[in-house]
Design a binder for this molecule. Structure first.
Ligand SMILES: Cc1cc2nc3c(=O)[nH]c(=O)nc-3n(C[C@H](O)[C@H](O)[C@H](O)COP(=O)(O)O)c2cc1C
Ligand code: SF4
Length: 510
């Protein structure tokens, strides 16, 4: 668990101020020296051996985990840019490609892909057809489906005290006490109280506002799954199984090979699992109760789509934040989800709101900016351990427990896995059944094919400094700094809205 907070600028990106937490040791790690396999060695390897996932078979144990590239339309539809993006990944022919976190509700969500209504199906079908075509049918295409709660931008002082703060008698009492002005008890009008609060020195606000109000003011209002005073939050256990089941049915109608329930990071389902979840309605508190809704959602999806369809879960091996889940919680959840018939378990780490950096006024908090965010996408500015294979011990413990309980669901590891030898070692030691690589695949979507064809010397190695994540944080079209300024004068190159970055990596010319 990481408790201290230290914010540093991780990388210099023209026009992008990327702030994220890094371990205080700030040891700069070099990239691992890669020994790439010959074609024959690759053919014999575990990495390129097929594996069963539910009723399907992935042709290799390579996996591209979900990555939001911010290319959907503002209404959440698949655009040509979304299709180009996944087509390009499919050309590398990974065993499994998981489409970015896609919202299950029919509500405006900015340029996040959505699947909360049938009108999204035609676009998603175009996407599955493009991927099938580009991978020659070799890549299984899954989609990650997500629910998230409301989060507001950090307000200005004027907006917070002028409008957002729900003024109560307690504020009046405290203000009267603090200012020794008895008028604030009752006589002063609401406008006068608000004006007085607005005029208070910043350090005095802690004497007036509750802890939660202070957070709303400093970080922006954010709903929690344990906000039982809100009806729609109380009702989540009644609403979410149906929403996830409907979204899954649409995914299969659109031609996806599987759905991945997003139970990781900062979002609704991970918050139900979290040890911080204090709901007292049977869906919070003890582990058995925290896993109840995630299990019910899985069961509802299964009941809707049938036993032949692949339904997997991405969840956290460790929440990282103080008071959150640790590996023993994750091991317990894995056992429960495996018993409930999950087809695979993809393990991630951290990525929480609780330790996120304070956003600037007018911006919303982002869950990958604190220590838990670092653990989710570790960079080369690290501690002794470094970013490579950083989270494999989590998948190892989870896989052991799942196997010990007699279940066969494959376990997927992620986090700084970027060489053939590292991937092969993870598989050989039984630390995971499948190896996921997000940023390495963003740096070079062809790297699987290059390895397989014995052309590993041509792999463009990710440098793990998170330029891509800086773009993601700002909801800008995600690209990689190793290729987005290359060959800009190619005939049909597509550029981002600034006209300075290419949106897709150049073709691999063998
Ligand atoms: C730009 C970007 C977007 C991401 N979006 C998602 C997402 O939508 N869902 C998810 O579960 N993880 C997401 N991740 C996390 C990755 O799937 C992966 O777990 C993480 O980057 C660690 O793997 P790596 O070291 O191979 O990059 C994202 C990562 C990046 C860099
Ligand atoms: S994928 Fe590209 S931009 Fe992202 S960390 Fe790797 S090298 Fe940097």
């Amino acid at each position: 668990m990481v408790s201290s907070r230290q914010l540093v600028t991780a990388a210099t990106i023209p026009g992008i101020a990327l702030s994220m937490w890094h371990p205080p040791e700030r040891i700069k790690h070099g990239l691992p020296t890669a020994r790439w396999p010959s074609r024959e060695e690759a053919e014999r390897s575990l990495l390129f051996t097929p594996i069963a996932i539910g009723q399907l078979t992935a042709q290799q144990r390579t996996w591209v985990p979900a990555m939001v590239p911010w290319r959907a339309s503002d209404e959440g539809f698949v655009t040509d840019a979304v299709i180009d993006w996944y087509r390009r990944f499919a050309e590398g022919r990974p065993g499994v490609l998981v489409v970015e976190a896609t919202g299950i509700r029919d509500i405006p969500s900015g340029p996040l892909l959505r699947i909360g209504h049938d009108r999204f199906i035609p676009g998603l079908r175009r996407l599955t057809e493009a991927v099938r075509d580009a991978s020659g049918g070799e890549t299984l295409l899954f989609i990650q489906i997500i629910d998230f709660l409301r989060i507001n931008r950090r307000p200005t002082r004027e907006a917070y005290f002028g409008r957002y703060l729900e003024l109560g008698q307690q504020h009046r009492e405290r203000l009267a006490h603090l200012t020794s002005d008895a008028r604030f008890h009752a006589d002063a009008s609401e406008e006068e109280v608000r004006a007085a609060l607005l005029g208070l020195e910043e350090e005095k606000l802690v004497h007036i506002l509750s802890h939660r109000e202070m957070e709303d003011y400093l970080y922006g209002y954010r709903e929690r799954v344990w906000d039982m005073h809100l009806e729609h939050i109380r009702e989540l256990p009644r609403v979410l199984p149906g929403l996830f089941a409907d979204a899954s049915a649409r995914a299969f109608e659109a031609g996806f090979d599987g759905v991945e329930l997003h139970y990781a990071h900062a979002y609704t389902m991970a918050s139900f699992l979290s040890a911080l979840n204090t709901r007292e309605d049977g869906y919070g508190g003890a582990r058995e109760d925290r896993v109840r809704l995630p299990r019910e959602v899985l069961q509802a999806v299964r009941a809707r789509v049938g036993g032949q369809r692949v339904v997997g879960v991405r969840f956290l091996g460790d929440d990282v934040v103080e008071g959150g889940n640790r590996i023993d919680d994750a091991v317990y959840f894995a056992g429960e989800l495996a018993a409930a018939g999950v087809d695979y378990l993809s393990v991630s780490k951290g990525g929480k709101f609780e330790d996120a950096q304070q956003p600037k006024v007018g911006r919303a908090a982002y869950p990958y900016t604190g220590p838990s965010g670092y653990e989710c996408m570790p960079t080369v500015f690290s501690d002794e351990k470094g970013p490579f294979l950083r989270n494999v011990e989590l998948s190892a413990a989870i896989r052991r427990a799942v196997r010990d309980s007699g279940h066969t669901a494959p376990v997927v590891a992620a986090g700084g896995i970027c060489t053939f030898e590292a991937a092969e070692a993870v598989l050989a030691s039984g630390d995971a059944d499948i190896v996921a690589a997000a940023r390495q695949t963003l740096a070079d979507p062809d790297w699987f094919r290059k390895m397989k064809l014995g052309r590993g010397d041509q792999v463009r190695q990710c440098n793990y400094t998170n330029y891509c994540e800086g773009l993601d944080q700002q909801h800008k079209q995600v690209t990689c700094k190793l290729w987005d300024r290359e060959e800009l004068d190619e005939p049909d190159v597509k550029l981002d809205i600034t006209g300075k970055r290419r949106l897709l990596p150049p073709r691999w010319r063998q």
